[in-house]
Design a protein around this ligand. Structure first.
Ligand SMILES: [Zn+2]
Length: 417
């Protein structure tokens, strides 16, 4: 009985204490003005910005102790409880868009800080590298709130695209080309001059090599690329960095395709070849042009018939039936009447008889001794044929040996190779 009374008294005193504390909290709330929010829920207000601002100022007050942890409140992400729309609220004092749900369209990307820009650029790089579409990124950025908005990525790409000018090709070909070859040359050479300050701009010549090649991409698409490099750059000629693409077309690797689609490129390059001068950063540079590619591409550019025609050599007029003859000094192939010249090809292509397979007009005015066939392509073909010969030889040899061979025994020479 006594015990029950005691505990009752205890409860009463506790309740009183609680009441006192509650009142104290209320008075504290009032003094700090952090009573619970009386306005409409966020999903129903029109000016979400203002509501979020109010929320943010209170949240910052509530999280006053963040500093004592040595951390700074950067952003908060909140979800409307009834609609599920997510808002990211930035708390940084200097950020102009403290609420990142802002209008699209205007160029927000430029106003980002360097750090944020770098993040967007990294995302764009990854999207490009793994061929992820904009729509996918948009969707994923909507459900994860730490990713930058998709329009920022688009604006970043637009800004990068502004740095180079690409035009459509002539004719109805799919592909693109640079708007001015001269500008691209100048940029590239200017870079080269900066890296090689001891280059003699008066006596030396800048050697520009135009490259072309066809590449099969998929079963039904075939790309032809036209690029250039400056030969003096040494090692980087071999790398992607030293080569700049000036045109690309999706089409069959044929004379008509190249002539029509790259027509204006060739015109511009030819006029640059004629002038043999290029003004870069105030220097008047002398230029020398080269052309390279695989054998097929060289024949195409010269307007010659294919590699199996009667006079398939790009540099002389030897008949394919006489190619085996190595008894003559090679000089006779390099001197008239055997040697070809660009003028002669141009002339012969107008006649249909005795034209030594000169079919069409050459596309570039680059002299034949400045045309080089790719070593790699040559070597691969030569080694292919040599290995094929070796294998055939072994097969024949085994064939002879095997006439009196027992069943089940391996052919000796083929297995050895
Ligand atoms: Zn020849």
């Amino acid at each position: 009985m006594l015990e029950a009374k005691q505990s009752e008294r205890k409860t009463q005193s506790l309740q009183e204490e609680n009441k006192e504390l509650e009142d104290y909290i209320k008075s504290l709330e009032n003094s700090l003005d952090i009573s619970s929010f009386k306005g409409k829920p966020l999903s129903q207000v029109k000016n979400k910005f203002r509501t979020l601002e109010t929320f943010l100022s209170r949240a910052q007050t509530a999280l006053w102790f963040a500093n004592s942890f040595g951390i700074e409140l950067e952003s908060l992400s909140v979800k409307e409880s009834d609609t599920g729309v997510i808002h990211k609220v930035s708390c940084l004092p200097n950020s102009s868009n403290s609420i990142s749900q802002s209008a699209e369209g205007e160029d927000r990307y430029s106003s980002l800080s360097e750090d944020q820009k770098r993040k967007v650029q990294q995302i764009l790089f990854l999207l490009d590298k793994f061929c992820v579409g904009d729509l996918f990124y948009h969707e994923i950025s909507m459900i994860t709130d730490s990713l930058p908005r998709s329009y920022l990525v688009k604006q970043c790409r637009e800004q990068l695209n502004k740095m180079c000018h690409i035009e459509a090709l002539e004719g109805n070909f799919e592909g693109g080309k640079v708007s001015s070859v001269e500008t691209v040359f100048k940029e590239h050479i200017s870079d080269f001059l900066k890296q090689n300050p001891d280059f003699d701009t008066i006596n030396d010549k800048i050697k520009i090599k135009i490259n072309g090649d066809g590449a099969r991409m998929t079963r039904d698409s075939n790309f032809i690329l036209l690029s250039f490099s400056t030969l003096q750059t040494g090692e980087s000629v071999m790398s992607a960095k030293g080569n700049r693409t000036i045109g690309i077309v999706n089409g069959t690797e044929g004379y008509q395709t190249i002539k029509v689609s790259f027509g204006s490129l060739f015109k511009e390059i030819n006029s640059l070849i004629d002038s043999a001068k290029l003004t870069v950063d105030g220097h008047d540079l002398n230029t020398e042009f080269y052309f390279g590619g695989d054998y097929k591409f060289i024949l195409l550019m010269l307007g010659l018939k294919g590699a199996t025609s009667n006079h398939a050599c790009a540099w002389c007029k030897v008949h394919k039936a006489d190619c085996w003859n190595t008894s003559d000094n090679y000089l006779i192939y390099n001197t008239p009447p055997m040697v070809r010249t660009l003028e002669e090809i141009r002339e012969m292509s107008t006649t249909s008889k005795d034209n030594y397979c000169c079919d069409k007009q050459p596309l570039l005015n680059i002299p034949l001794d400045h045309i080089v066939v790719d070593e790699l392509h040559l070597m691969l073909r030569v080694t292919d044929i040599l290995i094929e010969n070796l294998v055939n030889e072994c097969l024949d040899w085994d064939g002879e040996d095997d006439l009196d061979k027992k069943r089940g025994k391996q052919s000796r020479h083929t297995s050895k190779t």
